[in-house]
Design a protein around this ligand. Structure first.
Ligand SMILES: O=C(O)c1ccccc1NCC(=O)[C@H](O)[C@H](O)COP(=O)(O)O
Length: 254
């Protein structure tokens, strides 16, 4: 993980901050709400299974939205979100463990912890139903998946390429997120999910992440095999309930 990896400067800064962050004092133990079950229930209800993300800001966001995370969460669930994602990275995304803790206490849907977790001890920062593990940033992916599962987390293993998908599958990943955002240039390309998803086995739960804005984007990711869509900016920018509902109803016959 260094400049020779070709990361955007923002990624280098995020990783430097992540390396310095301590973990929790005590090992957590989670009784997790099933993310795959929540996605399947939404699908059976005729809703596009959206994981709506509470992201106050980001390296590609103009400005910052410091609305009450619980109010945002309740609006997203009212809009039909199957699950939520909460940023806990403070320095570049305006997130916090407290925000995740408060949101998880306020809703019944599964909550994903979205952060740049690099070390096992960082898993103990806060309980969540699922935790993001980014293949590209982890040398001991097998160990981190095992450590997450031992605590009761559902690991959402994030990839960007077919090679990273192979690493994720070899490490036993059952929940795989394909991030359409390129960490070198930070631009998004929805064809990333289409290309990588085509290489995934049928028994893996696939989440399309990033760059999903319109109802057609949602339908496009679903046609490509997405079992869930992780959406932040398009929901956070404006009315979160209406924005979520626009995506969760994208497959309802007009
Ligand atoms: O969102 C960013 O600007 C960003 C920049 C650098 C690394 C990661 C970043 N985002 C994390 C995510 O993966 C997204 O927050 C998530 O997939 C939602 O993406 P979007 O719907 O495009 O906001």
């Amino acid at each position: 993980m260094n400049a020779s990896e070709g990361y955007a400067p923002a990624i280098e800064s995020i990783l430097a901050a992540a390396r310095e962050r301590e973990g929790g004092d005590e090992r957590v133990s989670v009784d997790a709400r099933s993310l795959p079950a929540a996605l399947s229930t939404a699908d059976a209800d005729g809703r596009v299974p959206v994981i709506a993300e509470i992201k106050p800001t980001s390296p590609t966001t103009d400005g910052r939205r410091d609305a009450d995370p619980v109010a945002l969460a309740e609006a997203m669930v009212e809009g039909g979100a199957a699950a939520l994602s909460v940023l806990t990275e403070p320095a570049h995304f305006g997130g916090s463990p407290d925000a995740l803790r408060d949101v998880r206490a306020a809703v019944d849907v599964p909550v994903l912890r979205k952060d740049f977790v690099l070390e096992e001890a960082q898993l103990d920062t806060v309980e969540a139903d699922a935790v993001l593990l980014i293949v590209r940033f982890l040398d001991d992916l097998d160990g981190m998946i095992e450590a997450a599962r031992e605590r009761g987390f559902q690991p959402l293993v994030e990839v960007h390429t077919a090679a990273e998908l192979d690493r994720a599958l070899a490490a036993g990943a059952e929940l795989v997120g394909v991030n359409n955002r390129d960490l070198a240039r930070l631009d998004v390309d929805l064809s990333t999910f289409e290309q990588v998803a085509a290489e995934a086995p049928a028994d893996v739960t696939l989440i399309a992440e990033s760059g999903i804005g319109s109802s057609e984007d949602a339908r496009r990711m679903r046609r490509a095999g997405a079992d869930g869509l992780l959406v932040g900016s398009a929901i956070m920018d404006g009315d979160p309930e209406a924005n979520t509902r626009r995506l969760t109803t994208a497959e309802v016959e007009a």
